[in-house]
Design a protein around this ligand. Structure first.
Ligand SMILES: [Zn+2]
Length: 219
């Protein structure tokens, strides 16, 4: 499997193309492309590698993750999957955009709602879904157990965690999601987050101040 990262839009969000270099089947995760050159770069990469995009997958509904959804849906014409609890964020995306001073076309309503334990198969690859609320109520993670990879959205970052001051954010819920569902995976799992560089479960267990016990001493 190949993971290609495109860091896009004014929020420096990581859009991922995750694909099988044998079957050439893949998925587009969080298509937050904003500028036309960002969209061009992604399209160019997908066409030059002859990747067949099977699904568009959303880790959650914040604007930096969905501002390119209309473009992606029109280009690839494949189903968009997300968790239903973030639907209000999609419905009010343009309002969210105004709050942050960015404008973009209204993202389409997702085609299918996915939840804890669901399996998403494309080619020989399988994602298992984790529902990990706290950053947003519908935050989900995509886990490829065969390749020991997790696409974590804005749950856990290298040395940090997702913000919880937005709509329905909840720090206790987020820490519980991370500790009970992500940090219980084996140490060698690679985490591809929604912002900043990749990390591993083992590294965060040891070094992340929110997860290694340091944070608890201050609250
Ligand atoms: Zn977010």
């Amino acid at each position: 499997m190949i993971t290609k990262t495109f860091t896009v839009n004014p929020f420096s969000m990581n859009c991922y193309v995750y694909w099988d270099n044998n079957t050439h089947e893949g998925v587009l995760i969080d298509p937050g492309a904003y500028e036309s050159f960002e969209k061009q770069n992604i399209l160019q990469y997908i066409s030059s590698n002859k990747i067949d995009i099977i699904f568009i997958l959303l880790t959650h509904g914040h604007i930096d993750h969905i501002m390119g959804n209309k473009w992606a849906k029109e280009n690839f014409n494949v189903p968009v999957y997300m968790n239903k609890e973030d639907l209000p964020l999609i419905e009010r995306a343009l309002e969210q955009g105004e709050m942050f001073g960015v404008s973009f076309p209204q993202p389409p309503i997702p085609d299918k709602y996915i939840n804890e334990g669901d399996l998403i198969k494309f080619g020989k690859t399988e994602f298992k879904l984790l529902h990990t609320p706290g950053h947003s109520p519908g935050s989900i993670c995509f886990v490829d157990a065969n390749n020991k990879v997790i696409f974590g959205g804005d749950t856990v970052f290298q040395g940090s965690i997702g913000r919880t001051d937005l709509w329905k954010g909840d720090i206790d819920l987020l820490l519980n999601s991370i500790n009970s569902k992500i940090m219980t995976l084996p140490d060698e799992y690679i985490i591809y987050p929604g912002h900043m560089g990749e990390t591993t479960v083992g590294f965060e267990k040891k070094n992340n101040p929110f997860l290694n016990g340091e944070y608890d001493r201050f609250v």
